[in-house]
Design a protein around this ligand. Structure first.
Ligand code: SF4
Length: 223
C-alpha cells in the first residue's frame, strides 16, 4: 500500500487531548470535504502532475501541494532519517481516512509508536484497534459529505469546531442517537481563535462538562 504523503514534520501537538506532546505529523494529500476555514487547502487535490521525490515531502520549509507515494515502512524509515525523537505520531491531512490506514498504522504501532488519526469522520476509518481516533465532525460543508455513524462509534475523541451556537446545536443533532464509546472525550474548539467563539466554547464546556480544545500552535505561531 502506498500513501500520498504531503509532508512529515516534528512539532508539538497543539490541540485536543494530546496538547503539548511532542509529535511527528504525517500529512496525507487529498480531501473532498471543503471546509470554508480550511488552513490546509493545498492538500485537497491529489494531482498526478504534482508528484514529487520523497526528499521534498521531508523538507518542510515550504507549504506545497506536492506529494510522494510512500509505504508504511518508508514513512517509518523517514523518522530515523530525520532524527525525530517523538514517540507520538499524528496521521492527518487532508482527509487521511480516504485511505486504508491498516498497513501504515500496523507498521507504526509495531515499531512502538503511539498513533493518533485526525479525521472529519466522512470516510470509513480503517486502522489498527489501538489507534487513538480524533473525529472532528464536519457538518454541512461544501463537499456535501455526511459524518458516518461508524466514525462516531470508533472515535476516542470528538473535537468539534465552533464559532456560534448553531454549531453546538449541529453537534447535538449529530450525537443524538449516535452510538458512542462510553469513555469518548467530547471537546469544543473555537474556530480561528475568535474571542466570541472562545467565550461560547468555554461557557458550553463548563455547562456540559465537556473539554475545551484550544489551538495552542496558532497562538505560538508554529505548524
Ligand atoms: S476536513 Fe480538514 S483538510 Fe479537509 S477541508 Fe476540512 S479542514 Fe480542510
Amino acid at each position: 500500500m502506498l500513501y500520498p504523503i504531503n509532508e512529515i514534520f516534528q512539532t508539538i501537538q497543539g490541540e485536543g487531548v494530546f496538547t503539548g506532546l511532542p509529535a511527528i505529523f504525517v500529512r496525507l494529500q487529498g480531501c473532498p470535504v471543503g471546509c470554508p476555514w480550511c488552513d490546509t487547502r493545498h492538500t485537497w487535490v491529489v494531482d498526478p502532475a504534482r508528484q514529487v521525490p520523497i526528499s521534498q515531502v521531508l523538507d518542510c520549509s515550504n507549504e506545497s501541494d506536492g506529494w510522494s507515494p510512500m509505504s508504511g515502512a518508508q514513512v517509518l524509515a523517514s523518522f530515523a532519517e530525520l532524527g525525530y525523537r517523538a514517540k507520538h505520531v499524528v496521521i492527518t491531512g487532508g482527509e487521511p481516512c480516504l485511505y486504508d490506514l491498516n498497513e501504515l498504522s500496523e507498521t507504526l504501532h509495531q515499531a512502538g509508536y503511539q498513533l493518533q488519526i485526525e479525521t472529519s469522520g466522512t470516510s470509513e476509518i480503517l486502522t489498527h484497534p489501538a489507534t487513538w481516533v480524533t473525529v472532528s465532525p464536519k457538518i454541512g460543508m461544501a463537499g456535501g459529505l455526511t459524518v458516518l455513524p461508524s466514525a462516531l462509534a470508533r472515535a476516542n475523541e470528538i473535537k468539534h469546531p465552533v464559532a456560534m451556537m448553531r454549531h453546538v446545536e449541529e453537534l447535538d443533532d449529530l450525537l443524538s442517537g449516535a452510538q458512542l464509546r462510553e469513555d469518548v472525550v467530547i471537546a469544543l474548539q473555537p474556530i480561528s481563535q475568535k474571542p466570541r467563539a472562545t467565550e461560547l466554547a468555554m461557557a458550553v464546556c463548563i455547562e456540559r462538562n465537556w473539554r475545551l480544545s484550544i489551538q495552542t500552535h496558532k497562538y505560538l505561531e508554529i505548524d
